[in-house]
Design a binder for this molecule. Structure first.
Ligand SMILES: NC(=O)c1ccc[n+]([C@@H]2O[C@H](COP(=O)([O-])OP(=O)(O)OC[C@H]3O[C@@H](n4cnc5c(N)ncnc54)[C@H](OP(=O)(O)O)[C@@H]3O)[C@@H](O)[C@H]2O)c1
Length: 239
């Protein structure tokens, strides 16, 4: 059986060449953390051969491909296997979810260093899972992983849908530049970070049923009408 290198200075194996893999490659380069890569598009060697020198292998591939990938390459099981999915829970790899959105543009070192990792294994640290990363880290129970991920998707991804809708309508319906809304977006973000309890303004916070009804009527025929109504219902039922 292949021996796992014992030194933490061994390179970290990175599987995949998608969004997060590209960011991790860049981050590791900026940190000076050695790494080896394997992706099905770029590599001719098998993953076990590509990662022969690696003690840790991080699987940065689509969530549903992670367990089948490990099943396909059982020789990798003597590595420390780590995945970065926010929702996947499997005994085959430890979860270390970077609480961040990774777009097509690479980030600066200080931005990467600030990203918290949320682990799903209580008896380990980020230094154990991804040696050399100085990031803050937290642990939540595996049983809470699905709820945690749902919260991340709602806050991080749904807000993007809402702002993208506003940008699109500004440009196509009103002929306004999207940048007209940037100060509003920046202030909403700043107020949320400094005083979230008082960040909500507008008809919901004022209990202005007439304005809410007018908003809903104005969205007639728009798929976001149901989104507005769902937010009103959720707000009314908040604890
Ligand atoms: N994107 C984010 O903002 C973000 C944030 C936090 C965590 N994550 C997590 O990070 C991981 C990677 O996400 P991503 O956004 O980087 O995904 P992505 O950009 O869609 O890239 C997916 C990668 O998976 C590879 N892949 C898919 N199926 C495969 C298979 N059967 N065998 C081998 N490789 C396979 C793809 O290769 P091909 O190009 O050959 O298909 C590609 O390299 C996921 O677990 C995700 O949940 C993502």
């Amino acid at each position: 059986m292949r021996q796992v290198p014992t030194s933490d200075a061994s390179p970290i194996g990175i599987v995949g060449n998608g969004r997060v893999a590209s960011h991790f490659r860049h981050y590791f380069s900026l940190l000076g953390v050695p790494f080896q890569t394997w992706s099905r598009q770029e590599s001719t060697a098998t993953p076990p051969d590509a990662f022969a020198a690696c003690r840790t292998v991080v699987l940065l591939i689509r969530d549903k491909a992670i367990v089948p990938f490990i099943d396909t390459w059982p020789a990798l099981r003597d590595r420390h296997l780590v995945h970065c999915s926010g929702s996947l829970v499997t005994p085959m790899a430890a979860g270390a979810h970077p609480l961040m959105t990774f777009g097509p543009t690479l980030y600066a070192l200080h931005d990467y260093r600030a990203i918290p990792f949320v682990l799903d294994t209580t008896d380990t640290s980020l230094a154990d899972l991804l040696p050399g990363l100085p990031n803050p880290w937290f642990t939540i129970p595996r049983t809470e992983r699905a709820y945690y991920h749902a919260l991340c998707v709602m806050a991080g991804n749904f807000s993007v849908l809402l702002w993208s809708k506003l940008f699109d309508e500004f440009e196509t319906r009103f002929g306004l530049p999207r940048s007209a809304a940037f100060p509003y977006l920046e202030r909403v973000t700043a107020n949320l970070m400094t005083d979230a309890e008082h960040a909500l303004t507008g008809p919901l916070s004022r209990g202005d049923a007439q304005a809410i009804a007018a908003n809903v009527a104005a969205l007639d025929g728009d798929p976001f009408q149901a989104v507005y109504e769902a937010f009103v219902r959720a707000y009314e039922k908040r604890p």
